[in-house]
Design a protein. Structure first.
Length: 284
């Protein structure tokens, strides 16, 4: 309860005065209210500025990169040029990270004959990493492409493909002729009966001895009832070697030994027959 002061007037009347302490208290409350109001305004301004800074950061570091041209990184490339793959990707509609379609990219790159598999990983906000597994050539052959004879490679599974990098000077990749292939399409495979031959060649290439460095060509001779035999043409000899469809290290070792003997004694041998588990030869 507030205290009041009773004051006597000259004419005998009295009136009440509020003490000075109450007036000071009211003035202090007004000042405190003004301070609180200013603090609220400052807090609002700071909050608005913070929101604007955050929005600017999101725009600069997240939204703008997503709308910029996508940055593509390749891994696993050895024989295929990255420019060829970028050309395939540029044919797609999506040029930004948001528009980039991973499944369409996989389909486009898989159309390159030298690629066995593709994995696409989109990294926010603007990067795409593409991991490529190339086909490894175990043999090569000659087919017609656009009415021109071209050398194409064959992998262990019998798939025909063509890389920009040449394997003509690779002695571990033998030339195979006589295959029933006249032209090549993307993803084309050899007939099933010739695929074991590719697997045998791949096994021989894993050996420390480079047997195919001494062979210029392996010819496939088609036989009746779907069978086939092989003719090996050594590089440093005019003698051709007949072999059955099983190409292994023992057969190649025997061929090397016999060729060494024939070349030394000069019998005029033109053909050596290693078929059926026996050894015979023909002379001029």
């Amino acid at each position: 309860m507030s205290d009041f002061v009773l004051t006597k007037m000259t004419d005998g009347d009295f009136f009440f005065n509020e003490p000075f302490s109450d007036a000071n208290t009211s003035s202090g409350e007004d000042n405190s209210a003004d301070v609180d109001k200013r603090l609220r305004i400052v807090k609002i301004v700071v909050l608005v500025l913070s929101i604007l800074i955050v929005l600017q950061g999101i725009l600069h570091f997240l939204i703008i990169p997503c709308l910029a041209p996508v940055k593509v990184q390749f891994s696993g490339l050895k024989n295929i040029e990255s420019s060829l793959l970028m050309q395939k990707l540029q044919e797609l509609k999506g040029v930004t990270w948001i528009q980039f379609d991973s499944s369409m990219a996989v389909d486009a790159l898989s159309s390159v004959s030298g690629i066995e598999s593709v994995a696409v990983d989109k990294n926010f906000p603007d990067k795409v990493h593409i991991s490529v597994k190339e086909r490894l050539p175990v043999a090569k052959t000659i087919v017609m492409i656009n009415n021109r004879a071209r050398t194409v490679q064959i992998d262990e599974n019998g798939v025909l493909f063509s890389n920009t990098a040449s394997v003509a000077d690779n002695s571990r990749v033998p030339l195979i002729s006589g295959l029933p292939v006249e032209s090549m399409q993307v993803g084309m495979r050899l007939p099933a009966k010739f695929r074991p031959l590719m697997a045998q060649i791949a096994s021989l290439q894993n050996l420390p001895q480079d047997y195919f460095a001494a062979i210029s060509e392996i010819q496939v001779l088609q036989k009746e009832y779907g069978n086939y035999e092989l003719v090996l043409y050594p590089i440093h000899s005019h003698v051709r070697v007949l072999a059955d469809r099983t190409l292994n290290e023992d057969a190649l070792k025997r061929m090397m030994v016999i060729l060494d003997v024939v070349n030394n004694i000069e019998l005029g041998v033109t053909e050596i027959d290693l078929r059926y588990g026996s050894i015979s030869y023909k002379t001029r």
